[in-house]
Ligand binder design. Structure first.
Ligand code: TNX
Length: 709
């Protein structure tokens, strides 16, 4: 695991905090202080619609505890078996799964005969000293409820080795169902091949957070990863490359491999969506099938790092016919192996295609898909062309697109989305500046790109967005996609640059993690954040609560062997934040910076957090219990003079009172930062990039509460 102990954090020797203790508002401010018992809620992710913490001891598992399934349904029984196997390694218990007609006491009861209004995935869970009952309308809801049950047990339950201890399920009454029916994650197995066992492991990791769809990006310039019987060259040639690698012989899924993935996903109530990308992102196909090229010559297999480099030949009737036949063959075979309703036909980034060529691709690919009785899914660009009603478009725009809405410079994304809506498309939201898991968290993290306008996607950014407004103007009004057209959310883990230092091209010395290590680090904690965006009602979500709950997931990931990023701003158990040291100083999702200026007297302002030097502050204790704040980029100190509303500036450090600040803890690991000179507190004027950093009287408002991480 990388950087568990970050700069500015110290590992404290602490009494082990019982991880299933109900959270309190102040759990982690000084972890050293014993968290006051509270009855608010358990640290569940995603947050359930409602939970009531019940007094008493909860249900303690015993080796002879039974898992009683109130049904003969094989899927419901399968959930029982799944639960038994899940609990076996850490507990050492072999809990028996029994069919029952009435709920026994002292058991874990799985009842799939709950009312229909629970929906396919809703469930209720009650736990007290007499047992646990999960009730749902069918097996799928039971499975979701079992994921909640896991989090009501001690974190050690996630360990794959025996952990002798008592296993008590926290006492609670939960009633829960998802906000959106589609909650997906995409793996880019085309740029970086994930062997079957690593895909399965990722399925388990995602299922724990109630993700229900696995989108496999199976084809791209750098590789074709699914064997097609009728076109063996697609894998014989097209699978020999990856982004950064050549010479592979088995970098693809055979039909049997793919079936194994689909079956495994299905056993976790997860639907597989296969993506056959086109008409761009097709070098691997163009290298394998000569007739897809205008000159009928196979291209060279590609193992580089660029996007937008390839296009099926759609310039004349003969070649368009070739593309049609090719897609019919491929999509027919893929559809046969895929029980789920969707085939994803890509459609992204085709700079060289004319509108006519693009439309010809869309016609060929949608005909082939509909011909196999599948629903078309595609990136939002597909909205520019005629599409079948009910097509599911995947929105990957960003704030830049939203800013352009209604202006003369509306982006193509905005136009394509609007056109898609007009054609009756439904949408899955994957805004690249929130939901792209390949984005670097901040300048300090080893992997990832930062092409999206804001550049970096810290955990908070992956959490703080709303699918209902993410296609609206920046104030959230007038979304392009109406609420009824939104099917859900998807996190996307691209892998075209899955190596350390991916801001630039790799060198022979570059460190390449194994795919699952890259996936773990980029997905945790951001995948659980997006899972909650898709599951929990917007009205119950909030960053301060989330980061407290998220922190309690850390020990679960450690127990499960997930190499996560112990992101700053999350009060991970066993760490305390110290004011002294090198920090990012943030409020409202934006960070204090000097805009890169090195001049005396320049204003400080707020910007999207990235931990670059301009946002890095060395906080140094002075003899009078105050601190100076020195900017790493300029070497200058934060200074306050004047009255309320005056901008806080930077100036050459001089040790005077105007450059001294007091830090006073408030709730949730936050501080008010008060000028020793003016007595006013550091205040951001808004939680948007570019907002001013001023000083104001202390009114205890949110933008006067700062994290120092
Ligand atoms: C854009 S957004 C892509 C991918 C890249 C990714 C890198 C979209 C549909 N396509 O081809 O891997 O950016 O972040």
């Amino acid at each position: 695991m990388h950087r568990l102990h970050r700069r500015g954090r110290r590992l404290a020797v602490l009494v082990a905090v019982t991880l299933t203790l109900p959270l309190t508002a102040t759990v982690s401010q000084a972890v050293a202080a014993t968290p006051a018992p509270s009855t608010s809620a358990y640290a569940l992710v995603p947050l359930p619609v409602s939970q009531r913490v019940v007094a008493g001891h909860g249900f303690t598992l015993a080796p002879r505890t039974r898992i009683a399934v109130l049904s003969k349904d094989s899927q419901a029984l399968g959930v029982g078996t799944y639960l038994s196997k899940l609990l076996a390694p850490a507990t050492g218990y072999d809990l028996h799964v029994v069919k029952d007609t009435r709920a026994p006491k002292n058991a874990i009861v799985l009842d799939p005969n709950g009312p229909k209004n629970l929906g396919a995935e809703g469930y209720t869970l009650t736990s007290d000293r007499n047992g646990v009952v999960i009730r749902a309308h069918g097996a799928e809801g039971l499975f979701r409820g079992v994921q909640t049950l896991r989090q009501l047990l001690p974190a050690a339950v996630e360990s794959r080795s025996n952990q002798p201890r008592t296993w008590t399920v926290s006492p609670v009454q939960i009633s829960d169902s998802p906000r959106y029916e589609y909650r997906g994650v995409m793996l880019d197995v085309a740029r970086r091949f994930f062997p079957v066992d690593q895909v399965k492991r990722y399925i388990d990791e995602a299922a724990a957070y109630k993700i229900n769809t696995l989108h496999l990006h199976l084809t791209d310039d750098q590789g074709w990863r699914i064997a097609i019987d009728a076109l063996p060259d697609l894998t014989r040639i097209g699978a020999t490359t990856q982004s950064g690698f050549t010479g592979g012989t088995d970098w693809y899924y055979t039909a049997a491999d793919y079936k194994e993935i689909v079956a495994y996903a299905s056993s976790r109530f997860m639907t597989v969506v296969p993506e056959i990308d086109g008409p761009g992102h097709t070098d691997a196909a163009l290298a394998s099938v000569p007739g897809l090229n205008c000159d009928n010559k196979a291209k060279a297999p590609y193992s580089g790092f660029d996007v937008g480099i390839s296009l099926y030949c759609l310039e004349d009737g003969t070649h368009t016919g070739n593309v049609r036949r090719f897609l019919n063959t491929v999509i027919k075979e893929v559809a046969k192996l895929t029980p789920g309703p969707y085939i994803h036909i890509g459609g992204d980034e085709t700079p060289q295609a004319t509108p006519e060529q693009y439309a010809a691709y869309v016609k060929a690919a949608t005909d082939a898909t509909v011909g196999q009785a599948k629903t078309v899914m595609a990136w939002h660009q597909l909205g520019q062309a005629p599409i079948p009603a009910g097509t599911l478009l995947q929105y990957w725009g960003q704030d830049e697109d939203r800013e352009s809405i209604g202006t003369e410079k509306e982006t193509n994304s905005v136009r394509f989305v609007r056109n898609g809506v007009a054609q009756g498309a439904k949408f899955v939201m994957s805004p690249s500046d929130h939901a792209y898991l390949d984005m670097q968290y901040d300048v300090s993290t080893p992997y990832g790109v930062h092409w999206a306008e804001v550049g970096y996607v810290p955990v908070r950014r992956s959490y703080e967005w709303d699918p209902a407004t993410v296609t609206g103007t920046m104030d959230g009004t007038g979304p392009l996609v109406p609420a009824k057209n939104i099917a859900g959310v998807e996190a996307a883990l691209w892998a075209d640059r899955a190596y350390e230092g991916s801001g630039s091209l790799p060198t022979p010395k570059t460190n390449w993690p194994v795919p699952q290590a890259y996936a773990d680090y980029m997905s945790f904690p951001r995948l659980p954040a997006i899972a909650e965006v898709g599951w929990s009602p917007q009205s119950v979500r909030g960053w301060n609560g989330f980061r407290q709950r998220l922190a309690q997931q850390g020990p679960r990931w450690t127990a499960a062997g997930i190499g996560y990023f112990a992101a700053p701003g999350v009060p991970w158990p066993g760490t305390v934040t110290t004011v002294e040291g090198t920090h990012s100083i943030e409020t409202g999702g934006v960070a204090l910076e000097n805009a890169g200026s090195t001049s005396d007297g320049s204003d400080l302002l707020m910007w999207t957090p990235n931990r670059a030097d301009a946002q890095t502050w060395t906080i140094t204790a002075q003899s009078d219990d105050t601190y100076t704040l020195t900017n790493k980029r300029s070497g200058k100190c934060a200074e306050a003079t004047g009255g309320p509303g005056t901008a806080v500036v930077q100036r050459t450090c001089n040790g005077r009172t105007a450059q001294r600040w007091k830090a006073t803890p408030t709730n949730f690991d936050q501080y008010t930062i008060t000028s020793a000179g003016t007595g006013l507190v550091l205040t951001a004027t808004a939680s948007v990039k570019g907002a001013k950093a001023t000083q104001q009287p202390d009114t205890d408002t949110a933008l006067q509460h700062w994290t120092i991480d």
